[in-house]
Design a protein around this ligand. Sequence first.
Ligand code: AMP
Length: 464
Amino acid sequence: MNTPKTNKPTPAPAKKAPQPLGLVRGMRDILQTDWPYWRQAFDKAQELCDAYGLDRIETPVLEETPLFVRGVGKQTDIVEKEMYTFETAGGEHVTMRPENTVGICRSYIHHGMFNQPQPVKMWYWGPMFRHERPQSGRYRQFWQYGCEIIGEQDAVVDAQLALLAWRFLKDLGIDSVVRINSIGTPESRVNYRNALVAYFRPKRNRLSEDDKRRLLKNPLRILDSKDPAIADLKAEAPQIVDWLDEPSKNHFMRVLEYLDEVGVPYQLDPFLVRGLDYYTQTVFELYDTSETEESAQSALGGGGRYDGLMELLGGRPTPAAGFAIGVDRVVSKLKNIQGGLPPKKVDVFVAQLGEAGRKKALAMFEELRMAGLKVGESFAKGAIKAQMDIANRMGARYTLIVGQKEVLDGTAIIRDMDAGTQEIVDARKIVQVVQKKMAQALPLVNTGTWAQPEVPPEQGAQNS
Ligand code: AMP
């Protein structure tokens, strides 16, 4: 007789546990604990834009690469080194938007918005992408809230936009100052550009490699230089305000007068030129006033007039102005100002005991919520003590307790969390009962303590 072979399975080769994947450099998660701050900022943007008559627009994250090359400018940092650009499987050359103004102008042209009553006032909120060196307050995906007023050249629009940007920060509790300058029309800038080159050229050897390149390609950008070694050089450099033509000077004076009128604090900054090519006339940036000059390296937002942009993009000449605010930076300030978030507040908490109680409580939650009450729950918890702790943390004024007995009787226990008293009420009239109590109740003084409710022992035991 043959001895049966034991058919032992050969052990599978030991699998390497997969390594958890990290974040792409420069990207980050906006967590649940962050969101309440983001929401405050978003709600404020929405509220102000409604009040100032701006409508929301949303353009795609992906645009054709030439849009940014033409609009933002070939010689800008953004286009030279910061764009997320790639070729799609279909052979299209696309870029993840590094900013939104040119996308909105493309949309204005594409949809023939020049046929609408002018100006067209729009606002946006969304992620932008720049392949910059990540550091504090600088991400590769970041959010901007921005406003654009297209089709109006009057200086009042520039001032209104600066006011709106400043007001947004102010209402969120951030005191800011508008640093402002005029870079005139492209024509008036040609002479200034020549004066600037004539000034810096003999001092070339004191410039960094980056600034030497700027001198050749885009001399105004030297004024943007953060190189401390040339701070004194810059201070002596010709100032653009002295080179402005009369209409540009007038425009700028009027913007400042309007800002005086509405009490927006501003500082004249002769070196402010902004990094993008499309600006004309007014340029401005907003800085937190609680920061010193040195620490205020990064603006909270910036904007200005861009009368020539629409033509660069193939549209008809259309004056326009706008601003963008960095939401990531605003939110980080909000967090510092407000400290920890207050706990979620509810009017009534629905606690349950046992399966029948949970079913009833689930329906009761929905009924109360539909009636407009703020309701809390922790249905996955069984123990009454754990549920009451959560109710306390949520600052619930009342807690409803529904166990098996209450389901059978068609009742619920309602507990006044502050007084520690409780009574049995008709479950069918639960909305009216809670609403009546809420209307009669004095403002709640939540001591944060919880006295054990008088639940029948068999129910409490069954669920703890
Ligand atoms: P800009 O379009 O460069 O004028 O930027 C407008 C605002 O967007 C800045 O003042 C910042 O608050 C914000 N911002 C720009 N780049 C970044 C970035 N890489 N990370 C976070 N915020 C940014």
